[in-house]
Design a protein around this ligand. Structure first.
Ligand code: C2E
Ligand code: CA
Ligand code: CA
Ligand code: CA
Length: 275
């Protein structure tokens, strides 16, 4: 029997029991989702700040659950990460994104999110190389998005994986930049190509002077280090104008385009960031 300690979880309270059951069911269903082709990638445009052209898309996973409807990543990626299911799911995402992007105009790149557990798989660079080979997608059109969580543990392994990816010509972006507790130290110790300023910094733009100063400083820092800088979560014309005024390279957000299936997009888009 479980040792009872004060402050520890009591496993057999009805509410906890139900939570565990939900989790077990969800894990079982997620395991089947891949085989049943219930997963799908939606694509959100990354737009050039200066020209307004769509320079690429970020792949964002969706789960079409037979009973629950569309399940968003927040409701299954953490479970996938805890159970290890993120490894086959993430591999599916990379392979699928490369195949789909190989049909796009040659100037457009594809960005795929890679979770910490997936990044720690020692065969990740080989798997990426295979995905490029089988899709025919040139390596310089693939971007891998990682978060600081990837870099925190096993630092030396992370450096090896980063350099193996970049040696192939694949680019690496640091996602949600600024939200971790030591973003700045990662910039000097890890070779990445791009930083994505988290939307929590973009949201208050225009509301306080400090917010603008912070974003400007991040952009300048990135540029001093030779990195491409992207602003995430741009929702209003005011935010876009401020971001553009600070010399950011790319923007992403609902104002520029929501994540959607590629087929559902108009063949010709009015790509001007001023809409
Ligand atoms: P993320 O990588 O930071 O992706 C950006 C999230 O912000 C997406 O949520 C996107 O739909 C949302 N977003 C984009 N523009 C705006 C905006 O203007 N306003 C607001 N409020 N939100 C915006 P989504 O698609 O729900 O994905 C959530 C997270 O799930 C992603 O955050 C990423 O960490 C994870 N994820 C998604 N797909 C994958 C995947 O294939 N593999 C892995 N490992 N993680 C994934
Ligand atoms: Ca991302
Ligand atoms: Ca992000
Ligand atoms: Ca995020």
């Amino acid at each position: 029997a479980k040792q009872e300690r004060r402050g520890s979880f009591r496993f057999f309270e009805p509410a906890m029991d139900q939570l565990l059951l939900d989790r077990v069911v969800l894990e079982h269903e997620l395991r089947a989702a891949l085989a049943n082709h219930e997963l799908e990638l939606h694509y959100q445009p990354l737009v050039s700040c200066s020209s307004g052209a769509i320079e690429g898309y970020e792949a964002l996973i969706r789960w079409h659950h037979p009973r629950r409807g569309m399940v968003m990543p927040i409701d299954f990626i953490p479970l996938a990460e805890q159970t290890g299911l993120i490894v086959p799911i993430g591999e599916w995402a990379i392979r699928t994104a490369c195949i789909e992007a190989s049909k796009w105009p040659a100037r457009q790149s594809i960005a795929v999110n890679v979770s910490p557990l997936q990044f720690r798989q020692s065969n990740l660079p080989e798997m990426v190389a295979e995905a490029l080979l089988e899709s025919g997608l040139p390596a310089d059109r693939l971007e891998i998005e990682i978060t600081e969580g990837v870099l925190i543990s096993d630092t030396s392994d992370a450096i090896l994986t980063l350099s193996a990816l970049r040696a192939q010509g694949v680019r690496v972006s640091l996602d949600d930049f600024g939200t971790g507790y030591s973003s700045l130290s990662y910039l000097s110790s890890f070779a990445v190509d791009k930083i994505k300023i988290d939307r929590s910094f973009v949201r208050p733009l225009g509301q306080s002077e400090g917010a603008g100063l912070l974003v400007r400083t991040i952009i300048e820092l990135g540029h001093h280090l030779g990195l491409t800088v992207v602003a995430e979560g741009v929702e209003t014309p005011q935010q876009l104008a401020m971001i553009q005024g600070k010399g950011c390279d790319q923007v992403q957000g609902y104002l520029l385009g929501r994540p959607d299936r590629m087929e559902a997009r108009p063949a010709v888009t009015g790509a001007s960031p001023r809409g």
